[in-house]
Write a protein that binds this ligand. Structure first.
Ligand code: PRP
Ligand code: URA
Length: 211
């Protein structure tokens, strides 16, 4: 079974509270989402493998550590996932970025795919899907499906969100047991419109100032 990690680092928790506030404006919302994403990138890369390399400092030859293993791709689910890309790139500047356009139909609540553009070698990469909200899990599951259809192994995918609902975590684990989920918070539940409670509202609208 994939693991579910809640990142209880005090900085992440503090910053999440700032963006939950309804009076937090677009500028601060955007900045703080990016800061949280950077801190989360630090945590989700904790198990990256290292190998020894020989280098020369100005004084001597020495054996030191360098990252080994798969290269990385960051895959934001549009729109709101875009807000987490810069934070991830700050930690992983050489990562490639793929985009998956997906929105929840407001009537059916089903995800609708409208754009997919990915690095050609996703099957060889460690994939980090980023999206601030995991509500019903429909968008996350459809995004993973889009990657698997193009050759990615579920075990090479990690899903990273800011706020998760228990319903979304269960749905995602049931659909893709090999995908690890990372969240800054596990909230209480979904409301009758499948918004997360207490949540932070509509992440895309808050990030881009739309309504
Ligand atoms: C939001 C959010 C997720 C999705 C989560 O996107 O960014 O992608 O809803 O809900 P789910 O788990 O029930 O699928 P939205 O559909 O509002 O699109 P947007 O980012 O373009 O605003
Ligand atoms: N999408 C959002 O942006 N917010 C929610 O609470 C649920 C889905």
């Amino acid at each position: 079974m994939g693991e579910f990690h809640v990142m209880d680092h005090p900085l992440i928790q503090h910053k999440l509270t700032i963006i939950r506030e309804k009076d937090c404006g677009t500028k601060v919302f955007r900045e703080v989402v990016s800061e949280i994403a950077m801190l989360m990138a630090y945590e989700v890369t904790r198990d990256m493998p290292l190998e020894d390399i020989e280098i020369e400092t100005p004084l001597v030859k020495t054996t030191q550590k360098t990252l080994s293993g798969k290269k990385v791709a960051i895959i934001p689910i549009l729109r709101a996932g875009l807000g987490m890309v810069d934070g991830f790139l700050a930690m992983l500047p050489a990562a490639k970025v793929g985009h998956i356009g997906m929105y929840r139909d407001h009537e059916t609540l089903e995800p609708v795919e409208y754009f997919v553009k990915l690095p050609t070698d996703i099957q060889e990469r460690q994939l980090f899907i980023v999206d601030p909200m995991l509500a019903t899990g429909g968008s996350a599951i459809a995004a993973i499906e889009a990657l698997v259809k193009r050759g990615a192994a579920p075990s090479s995918i990690k899903f990273i969100c800011l706020v998760a609902a228990p319903e979304g975590v269960n749905a995602l684990h049931t659909a893709y047991p090999d995908v690890d989920i990372y969240a800054a918070a596990l909230d209480e539940r979904l409301d009758e419109n499948s918004y997360i409670l207490p949540g932070l509202g509509d992440a895309g609208d808050r990030l881009f100032g739309t309504k």
